[in-house]
Ligand binder design. Structure first.
Ligand code: SF4
Ligand code: SF4
Length: 187
């Protein structure tokens, strides 16, 4: 799986106009968890608890993504408060049947603000959904029981209704000026 930033919007209290800024996005093609990814460290903790995000290797880093696709939802950031409001509007390139990006290779061409999420961006992880593995770990919190690194099954997240599978409205179906009417939660 790949993680990227995609369009995020900003709004002000005194105006309904939405200003485009960077928002987070990802490409959902989770790498398979395996024994090496789940290996315990010499401190007897799983790697995601023992190794700082910045020190993880590529395989470990990518295996953290739970494939929820919540970061492919459009968000509105309040310019005054910094609050991030999630809408039910999702990137048109997300396959909502499996939570994968349908245009992974062309994503940055099609969605210019869709960039990779990197360890050095950790200070900006507040915009990610509170269930996001990267945000949880950056905040020193444990991964949920339905996370594939704990359950051993990447379908657990979908079975537990924690992903965007079969949810959301593609962004080409709703005019941007109406997105503010589709806010569903705030981070
Ligand atoms: S192009 Fe869209 S669906 Fe693909 S990774 Fe970026 S935000 Fe997600
Ligand atoms: S775990 Fe985080 S980066 Fe991965 S799909 Fe979910 S919200 Fe996006």
């Amino acid at each position: 799986m790949t993680i990227c930033w995609t369009y995020t919007k900003t709004r002000r209290h005194d105006t309904p106009i939405l200003f485009k800024t960077n928002t987070a996005k990802f490409k959902t093609k989770p790498s398979k968890a395996n024994d090496s990814e789940r290996k315990m460290s010499d401190t007897d903790k799983p790697f995601w608890e023992a190794i700082p995000l910045a020190d993880m290797n590529k395989e470990q880093w990518e295996s953290l993504c739970d494939g929820c696709a919540k970061c492919c939802l459009h968000k509105l950031e309040d310019e005054d408060t910094g609050e991030v409001h999630y809408t039910e509007i999702v990137c048109r390139y997300l396959d909502r049947d499996n939570c994968n990006c349908t245009e992974y290779k062309r994503r940055q061409e099609l969605v210019p603000n869709c960039v990779w999420l990197k360890p050095e961006d950790v200070k900006d992880f507040h915009w990610l959904p509170s269930s996001c593995s990267y945000r949880l770990i950056s905040e020193g919190k444990p991964l949920p029981r339905w996370h594939h690194l704990r359950s051993g099954d990447k379908d657990t997240i979908h079975k537990r209704n924690q992903s965007m599978r079969k949810k959301g409205i593609p962004d080409d179906k709703i005019p941007e000026e109406e997105w503010e009417d589709h806010i569903i939660w705030m981070e």
